[in-house]
Design a protein around this ligand. Structure first.
Ligand code: ZN
Length: 390
């Protein structure tokens, strides 16, 4: 890695702030690290690193964590991120409930809260968001870095505007600015599947992959795309919106208004609805998982059919992006390895062989909080500059 340079006119202060982010990122990406190793990895001089580490120690973001092994001389002092020096509020605006967490810099959940939506939308749903932030903030003892929100639909993250969220009946809602004004904290808003990808990148994957696709299958189907170490949202912020791409031969009406979307056969809601028609014992996700595991004919047909549709969608992404890491997250992981194997074999059949053999498809981190964690990661990325390109 080479010393960082800023594009365009770089003032001394800009350079310093940028280099400080480089140092913080190096510390963040290791459980502990010495100053000499930071210098080696960032390309900065040892004097600069000592200086910048001094600032981070004073700000409390970094702390000393003992001594590392000596290679001849004095054993080096190790540094690590002071995980609890800052806390972040992350929200997941889900279909049946809005849930929120307070997490530390390592994504460890300090507190969580879930408020049922009970059919609210529009103004009433917005009030529920405010209630949730208020409750989580009231209990937070630490320095709060900000509030991150993962919401369904099309989100303009640069402006914090929900352009369109069909279930919540929100269009062009300036959610971020509205909450910033109210709470006096930085607020970022992102699409739920996109921020789930950030959760994987920030908290769960080491070494940090440069490129990654995270497909989330729950109430809907969507993907988050990480390219060159950063969340890629695309020109219209809809990168990864594969759930509403029509699939040949499908005729079901989708909640988005179109016909034949991938979501109509691959979302958890669709799977439960289809399986329950042939198997009366399937009434919810849990009974679908047990029927599938027990070899129930309808459950298998429906779930494996969805796996093939998902596999073809992944093959499309792999063909377009040549990404080697694909993770699948969300409740669908309850179908387990046999389902995943069907996805993998479809990807192999539908891709250029050389690309398919180099692509790893796995389940990601299993957590009900993955969207809320990802929303928190988005705040960290923005406030601490952890998404620097190598
Ligand atoms: Zn649709």
């Amino acid at each position: 890695m080479v010393a960082a340079t800023l594009p365009g006119k770089a003032t001394h202060q800009h350079t310093r702030a940028f280099n400080q982010q480089l140092v913080l990122r190096a510390v963040y990406d290791h459980s502990s690290i010495s100053r000499a190793e930071i210098a080696r990895q960032t390309g900065l001089t040892r004097t600069s690193v000592s200086d910048l580490v001094g600032d981070l120690l004073r700000e409390g973001l970094v702390e000393e964590s003992g001594r590392g092994p000596s290679n001849g001389g004095k054993a080096p002092i190790l540094l690590r991120v002071a995980a609890d020096s800052r806390h972040i509020i992350g929200l997941d605006l889900g279909e049946s409930a809005f849930s929120g967490v307070v997490v530390n810099l390592r994504g460890q959940v300090v507190r969580s809260l879930r408020l049922p939506l009970e059919g609210r939308d529009g103004e009433a749903a917005l009030d529920l968001v405010i209630e949730l932030v208020q409750a989580l903030r009231a209990d937070s003892q630490r320095n709060l870095l900000g509030v991150g929100i993962g919401a369904p639909g099309l989100i303009d993250s640069d402006r914090g505007v929900v352009r369109w969220a069909v279930n919540l009946d929100w269009t062009e809602l300036a959610l971020g600015p509205l909450l910033e004004e109210r709470f006096g904290l930085p607020v970022v808003v992102g699409n739920d599947s996109q921020v789930a990808a950030l959760a994987e990148l920030t908290f769960f994957r080491r070494p940090r992959p440069q490129n990654l696709v995270v497909l989330r299958i729950g109430r809907g189907v969507g993907a988050g795309v990480i390219l060159n170490g950063q969340l890629f949202q695309g020109d219209g912020y809809g990168a990864g919106e594969i759930g509403h791409v029509a699939v040949d031969g499908l005729t079901g009406r989708c909640r988005c208004g179109s016909v034949g979307c991938l979501e109509t056969v691959a979302s958890m809601r669709a799977l439960v609805a289809m399986a329950s028609q042939g198997s009366p014992e399937v009434v919810d996700e849990a009974s679908l998982f047990s029927s599938f595991a027990a070899g129930d004919g309808t459950a298998r047909e429906v779930a494996l059919g969805a796996a093939r549709h998902v596999g073809r969608a992944i093959a499309g992404l792999v063909g377009a992006l040549s990404v080697r890491h694909v993770l699948i997250v969300g409740p669908v992981a309850g179908l387990g390895q046999p389902w995943l194997e069907e996805v993998r074999s479809t990807v192999r059949q539908s891709s250029l062989p050389v690309l398919a053999t180099e692509t790893r498809i796995d389940f990601g981190h299993v957590s009900d909080d993955i969207v809320a964690l990802g929303a928190s990661a988005m705040v960290m990325t923005n406030e601490l500059g952890l998404s620097l390109v190598r």
